[in-house]
Write a protein that binds this ligand. Structure first.
Ligand code: ATP
Ligand code: MG
Length: 184
């Protein structure tokens, strides 16, 4: 049986970067949810220039792309909102202050940046993933620091040695309080 590893997290936390590196390192196929949505036209409408995915169609497209006998990495922020046949779901977490810089460097609007930074500060993806997937399948990896360190953490999870990455250790509460109080 192959291993299906899902990588999720809010935009800018490093899903695509790490999925590609992990795919190269382990020789596993990488499937990107955003590519599926675009290539197979799995959207319902466009909102502010962004495609809104049809989550049911996406879930079905992912299910039919998973080969039982093959190792695979599935990457996308939408994956924390659907239930797929994953053996491990890794939620990437980035300190909101660092995430803000990454998103602004991408040229995101202030509104879009704020929305995503706030989602990260409020543990959005972890909470969603824990609601969709059983305990023991969900992991969190901090992607605030070095890329290589984050990669090693995900490699450990892929090899079944990821217990220390079970959720609960990462909290941006201090950053959140500062943000709420408007302290810069
Ligand atoms: N530890 C780290 N892990 C992952 N990415 C990192 C890390 N440190 C810095 N980065 C950088 O952060 C950026 C993450 O961008 P990336 O496109 O991979 O994010 P994403 O989660 O796929 O976003 P989106 O949901 O918009 O597709 C990259 O430029 C990457 O080099
Ligand atoms: Mg990406």
């Amino acid at each position: 049986m192959g291993m299906i590893m899902a990588i999720t997290g809010v935009p800018g936390t490093g899903k695509s970067t790490l999925a590609d590196l992990l795919g190269e390192r382990l020789g596993w196929e990488v499937l990107k949810a955003n590519d599926l949505v675009r290539e197979r036209r799995l959207w319902t409408k466009k909102e502010r220039g962004v495609l809104v995915a049809d989550m049911e169609k996406l879930a079905r497209a992912i299910a039919s792309s998973i080969a039982r006998d093959k190792d695979m990495i599935l990457e996308g922020h939408l994956i924390c909102d659907i239930r797929i046949k994953a053996d491990a779901v890794v939620v990437l977490r980035t300190n909101p202050n660092v995430l803000r810089k990454r998103l602004m460097a991408r040229g995101y609007s202030a509104k879009k940046t704020d929305e995503n930074v706030m989602a990260e500060a409020l543990d959005y993806c972890t909470i969603r993933a824990e609601g969709k997937y059983p305990r023991g399948k969900v992991y969190e990896v901090d992607t605030t620091g070095s890329l290589n360190r984050s990669l090693l953490s995900i490699v450990a999870i892929a090899k079944g040695k990821g217990k220390k990455f079970f959720p609960g250790k990462i909290s941006w509460r201090k950053e959140l309080e500062r943000e709420a109080l408007g302290v810069k």
